[in-house]
Design a protein around this ligand. Structure first.
Ligand SMILES: C[S@@+](CC[C@H](N)C(=O)[O-])C[C@H]1O[C@@H](n2cnc3c(N)ncnc32)[C@H](O)[C@@H]1O
Length: 308
């Protein structure tokens, strides 16, 4: 569609209904799964009118400026930029989180990590919990709000991700309660005096194998941060390193909970057993029946019979 030559930037040129239909048809032609729904959400983002009110006001005229804003968003979606980055938000466990291309878009299956951490801390007031690779901060925020007495620490190797995490901590009133650290795995908290003090280390590490990156959906492959996605030749590089580091920080009976990719659970559990200080107490499946979260408990060596 071309812009009328004589129209000024503010003059109304198109009805709302026509804008939604045009957007839907461009998204549909690009192979987007739910083109009408996504068109309505993008229009809502610009015009602040719900999809229902868009239908009620279908005859309302919109300005060229509004039309151009929607058109620019639709073009980005046609190029497969994730809808969440365009809208700037994603829901996780019933709360809204800001998301930018610096952070992974929270996935519903990661709620398994939160549920298990809460279950393990049910009897412990003032538990210390560390979220390694916090990204948007969705896990740290959910944990802190579910456990008002817990001390929560959030770590990420990406300084840009931590900017987003801090925004989300503030958004949920937790800016003063969750401490953020920048750096590699547990190294940033090595001087916090937490050796043998932590009840839960929780992590959704990057777990895509190098060679599988090319097979990902373009929304993931081309837009989500590599550091959040890719975990070395077999996708388990970060899991292995965390299995080595976490036991020193966990209390006896403390737990390490890690999300894993399809087909990785057995290998990660084997590595934990070989390493000797942890034992696998559960492997949790997601809604699709995939082994998604591996759960390890630190053995209490004080209960072991002494060898004479
Ligand atoms: C899969 S994302 C998970 C983000 C968030 N926890 C979630 O569940 O949505 C992995 C996160 O780990 C971070 N990360 C990757 N390698 C890391 C490392 N060696 N140390 C600390 N953080 C790391 C990435 O920057 C990214 O934010």
């Amino acid at each position: 569609m071309t812009q009328p030559q004589s129209a000024s930037v503010t003059s109304p040129i198109l009805s709302l209904g026509a804008l939604v239909r045009e957007s839907e048809s461009r998204l549909d032609a690009a192979g987007i799964d739910q083109p009408l729904l996504e068109a309505a959400w993008l229009v809502e983002h610009v015009l602040k009118l719900s999809p229902l009110m868009q239908r009620v006001n279908a005859e309302r005229l919109i300005s060229i400026a509004e039309w151009e804003q929607v058109r620019a968003l639709v073009a980005r979606r046609v190029a497969r930029e994730p809808l969440q980055y365009l809208l700037g938000t994603q829901e996780f466990l019933g709360r809204d989180f800001d998301v930018t291309p610096s952070v992974l878009i929270p996935r519903p299956e990661s709620a398994l990590l939160v549920d298990e951490a809460v279950r393990r801390c049910a009897q412990t007031s003032g538990a210390t919990i560390v979220d390694v690779g916090t990204g948007s901060g969705c896990l740290a925020v959910s944990l802190a709000l579910a456990m008002p007495t817990a001390r929560v620490l959030a770590i990420d190797a990406s300084a840009e991700a931590l900017v987003v995490a801090r925004t989300n901590l503030a958004k949920h009133g937790l800016g003063a309660r969750i401490a953020c650290y920048h750096g590699d795995l547990l190294a940033p908290i090595s001087k916090e005096g937490l050796t043998g003090q932590i009840q839960v280390v929780i992590s959704n590490p990057p777990y895509i194998a190098d060679e599988d990156v090319a097979t990902l959906q373009p929304e993931v492959r081309d837009f989500e941060p590599r550091l959040a996605l890719v975990g070395g030749h077999d996708g388990m590089k970060v899991h292995r390193r965390l299995l080595e580091q976490a036991p020193a920080y966990l209390k006896p009976g403390g737990v390490l909970l890690m999300e894993v990719g399809l087909g990785q659970a057995a290998a990660v559990c084997r590595q934990a057993e070989e390493q000797g200080q942890l034992h696998t107490y559960a492997v949790l499946q997601d809604g699709g029946g995939i082994d998604r979260v591996v759960c390890f408990e630190k053995k209490d060596v004080s209960l072991w019979p002494s060898s004479r």
